[in-house]
Design a protein around this ligand. Structure first.
Ligand code: PLP
Length: 410
């Protein structure tokens, strides 16, 4: 990176501090990852200097010859990667992708049906503290109280009562394969559009390790920075028949100039995800998560919500160790393990009695199942000895050893 330490020591030092943190922490936040050097180089490039308002060959300003190429290549690669008839790679974030889709398919006051936050849904799917819950009438489905899995018959019952205009499938904290065809069946039965938000699992879908929702849903949104390992951003995939209304919903309805440095970085990430090595990476993400779930299950110290994982993440129920998610996340962070507090499907309040664990970042650092199992064992040890200074010190030394053995690719 260009050394601007003398020009702006405050920001330079903050970046060094964050770099140091990333190197020395075992990062288990399920929505994070480590983008490649090429992705980061494009994102930090001179493309940030140029305005690109509108779509290729129909720009508001002159001088978009190079940016037209970038936009077109990024779009084509997204369509190729996800077998989509149409892609829009311009949304600045997952939230803006969702916002654009709602504005394309809904009018204010229309009913939407989505997964509750307790069950693992995202707050842009209709929560009251978000524009989506303020503009639209939101209704929620949860998971089966026994299995903690999606119960499609129950979702069908709710959909028949609510008659939503849009059903949203997809989650931020759900550790199992989602059957998009069941959602399609339900949406067709009640005459709703079906949107899938695959932000968390996009990399697994790209690698063919989770069913692809693109052919089944009317529209699919995603972020590009989670399992997909691209730059921070959003995208929309859909059937060609929705292209005009979605293009219009992104520009001019929900944004003006696109972030072409980010679009270029997205194009690189799509290309990376098309390589065989990415499939191996995604396979390892799942194997690592399953190796960790096995340790947790055998420990009897924490409970894995729904009993296991089929993807990159899982939620741990902390009731057996009498800790809140915040307490556990802070304790683990004190030894160098980063997680986040999480609601449990069955908790009655909003305390957040769980933590979420994800393996995308450690897998990018080449942790294998044995190393992932060691991390899980460290979590078990820390959570069962919260006040034992010696045990905590030993855990933090073991964290240092693991991060030293798995340096970040630079
Ligand atoms: N959708 C889902 C399922 C998510 O998990 C997230 C982010 O956590 C988003 C949307 C929002 O993405 P962004 O933070 O890029 O707005």
């Amino acid at each position: 990176m260009f050394d601007f330490s003398k020009q702006d020591p405050t920001i330079w030092n903050a970046i060094q501090k964050e770099n140091n943190r990333q190197e020395n922490v075992i990062e288990l936040i399920a929505s994070e990852n480590i983008a490649s050097q090429a992705v980061r180089a494009a994102q930090g490039s001179i493309l940030t200097n140029k305005y690109a308002v509108g779509y290729p060959n129909k720009r508001v300003y002159t001088g978009n010859e190079a940016l037209d190429i970038i936009d077109q290549v990024a779009k084509q690669r997204a369509e190729q990667l996800f077998h989509a008839e149409y892609a829009n790679v311009l949304p600045h974030s997952g939230t803006q992708a969702n916002q654009a889709v709602y504005s394309a398919f809904l009018n204010p006051g229309d009913r939407i049906l989505s997964m509750s936050e307790h069950a693992g849904g995202h707050f842009t799917h209709g929560q009251k503290h978000n524009f989506s819950g303020q503009l639209y009438k939101s209704y929620f489905y949860g998971v089966d109280p026994q299995t903690e899995l999606l119960d499609y018959d129950h979702i069908e019952e709710i959909a028949k009562e609510v008659h939503p205009k849009l059903i949203i499938a997809g989650a931020s904290a759900y550790s199992h394969i989602i059957d998009w065809t069941q959602f399609r069946r339900i949406a067709d039965e009640v005459g709703a559009f079906l949107m899938v938000d695959m932000a968390h699992i996009a990399g697994l879908v790209a690698a063919g390790l989770h069913p692809n929702p693109v052919a089944v849903a009317d529209v699919v949104t995603s972020t590009t920075h989670k399992t997909l390992r691209g730059p921070r951003g959003g995208m929309i995939l859909a059937k060609a028949k929705y292209a005009d209304r979605l293009d219009n919903a992104v520009f001019p309805v929900s944004q003006s100039g696109s972030l072409e440095h980010v679009v270029a970085a997205k194009a690189i990430a799509y290309q990376e995800a098309l390589q065989p090595a990415f499939k191996q990476y995604a396979q390892q993400v799942i194997k690592n998560a399953q190796a960790m779930a096995k340790v947790f299950n055998e420990s009897n110290v924490v409970r894995v919500v729904s009993g296991g994982t089929e993807n990159h993440e899982m939620t741990l129920d902390l009731n057996p160790v009498h800790m809140t998610g915040e307490q556990a996340a802070n304790l683990l962070y004190s030894v160098g393990i980063a997680t986040n507090k999480e609601l449990l499907p069955l908790e009655t309040g909003n305390t957040m009695e769980g933590i979420r664990i994800g393996t995308p970042t450690i897998t990018s650092r080449h942790f294998d199942e044995a190393a992932a199992a060691k991390v899980a064992q460290l979590i078990v040890t820390v959570l069962s000895n919260p006040t034992d200074e010696v045990a905590l010190k030993r855990a933090s030394q073991q964290v240092q050893q693991l991060v030293n053995e798995h340096p970040i690719d630079r």
